[in-house]
Design a binder for this molecule. Structure first.
Ligand code: AMP
Length: 396
């Protein structure tokens, strides 16, 4: 069965076509700058990259271009788009309603629309992607996989904010958490590597990419996570603040900042970029830090320190910790970040093997020392595969 996985952003569509259940990637690509003059599609098939440059007016035209590319003689991997039986969509916010992936119908669409209120940057483009795929592949089963779903097992004690309770009752303001598909994928993979049942493992998973979050997984289920109502809470990220005193906002508002300016500041101008004044990209930041830029060094240190604090807190929340997992662009590649996070954590059973850590870049591996009570792993995430697996399961 051919399963197409779609991750639609405001001006982009990322896709992978899988042969299931073999889990083979037949083609993948990224269409960017939708709606602009110079839209660009980078398509990979047969380990070749094809660059297609043409104006793509909207997501619907974008989906048509992707489907045409999947069947074209030069770039294609299938004869007819009717071979695609199912499409799995990444959807960021599923609120309290969706505890797992679901087949999309009108009720599901209405719910995704409803949650756009809390996720205005993500749910509307996800929905545009769904509608474009329904139009391009009217016979295929459409499935939604929610970033929030894995976190619906978090207990009330961890998801209720200490605001007046009616704020939760009236507006459903609570911790939801994100990156769930990634946390679930690496937690399951970790259990597998350790030869344990997926429901027999306590693990802390650190997803460190442009967005960063950390999750406490107890007996295979998410019991706490660092992102909240929105992806702003928790760890320091490329351009997001993570945790800070909310009274800062009241103070700055009195100094003349508008709500929009504060929102933009906290989401787009803070984090690694805000502290360093240099870059939101860990590679640039590291180069600058090594060249002696003190603020870049400070941003790096704060980034690692915040993760370390959460590892401690979640170890306490879990009671027993079996493994710590690093994933995402930074988690998979930045051995220096992993080393700094794990420094002086022997008291809680975490001890890195420096050589194994240095060697484990962009690949799966054990990076803790033989005498480390807690196993530490780097595990490349694969959200697309997790979505393809869910979609295949529902299609079957
Ligand atoms: P992602 O959002 O998962 O694609 O991750 C993006 C982040 O990973 C950016 O901050 C990149 O700088 C970072 N990253 C990618 N490769 C490396 C690397 N080799 N060393 C350090 N950071 C990296």
């Amino acid at each position: 069965m051919k399963v197409l996985v779609i991750n639609a952003g405001s001006s982009s569509i990322k896709y992978q076509l899988f042969e299931m259940p073999a889990e083979k990637v037949l083609a993948k690509g990224l269409l960017e700058k939708i709606g602009e003059e110079n839209s660009q599609l980078n398509h990979f098939s047969d380990s070749k990259e094809h660059k297609i440059r043409t104006k793509v007016a909207d997501h619907s035209a974008g989906m048509k271009l992707i489907l045409d590319t999947l069947v074209a003689p030069q770039t294609g991997v299938i004869k007819n788009v009717s071979e695609i039986s199912a499409v799995g969509h990444r959807v960021v916010h599923g609120g309290e309603e969706f505890t797992g992936s679901v087949v999309i119908d009108d009720t599901v669409i209405a719910s995704i629309e409803k949650f756009a209120d809390i996720a205005p940057l993500h749910n509307p483009p996800n929905l545009t992607g769904i509608k474009a795929a329904q139009k391009g592949l009217p016979k295929a089963l459409q499935v939604a996989c929610f970033d929030t779903a894995f976190h619906t097992t978090i207990p009330k004690v961890a998801y209720i904010y200490a605001l007046p309770y009616e704020i939760y009752e009236k507006f459903r303001v609570r911790k939801y958490g994100f990156h769930g598909t990634s946390h679930r994928y690496v937690a399951r993979r970790c259990a597998k590597i350790m030869g344990r049942d997926k429901y027999d493992i306590n693990v802390i998973t650190c997803h460190l990419g442009n967005g960063c979050s950390i999750t406490a997984v107890k007996a295979g289920k998410s019991v706490d996570t660092s992102m909240g109502l929105t992806p702003l809470e928790g760890l320091v990220m490329g351009t997001r603040t993570g945790d800070f005193d909310p009274a800062i906002l009241f103070y700055l508002s009195e100094k003349g900042y508008s709500i929009d300016e504060l929102n933009n500041m906290c989401n787009k101008k803070s984090g690694l970029l805000g502290i360093s004044g240099v870059s939101n990209d860990m590679r640039n930041l590291r180069d600058q830090a090594l060249a002696g830029n003190e603020r870049a060094m400070l941003a790096f240190d704060i980034f690692c320190y915040r993760i370390k604090k959460y590892v401690g807190a979640y170890t306490a929340a879990l009671g027993r910790l079996d493994a710590l997992v690093f994933t995402g662009g930074i988690g998979e590649n930045a051995a220096d970040v992993r080393a700094q996070v794990c420094e002086n954590l022997e008291q809680i059973g975490i001890k890195i093997d420096p050589a194994a850590n240095e060697q484990t870049v962009r690949k799966e591996g054990l990076i803790s020392s033989a005498d480390s009570r807690v196993k530490v792993f780097a595990i490349p995430t694969n959200e697309e595969l997790a979505i393809a697996q869910d979609t295949f399961r529902l299609a079957e």
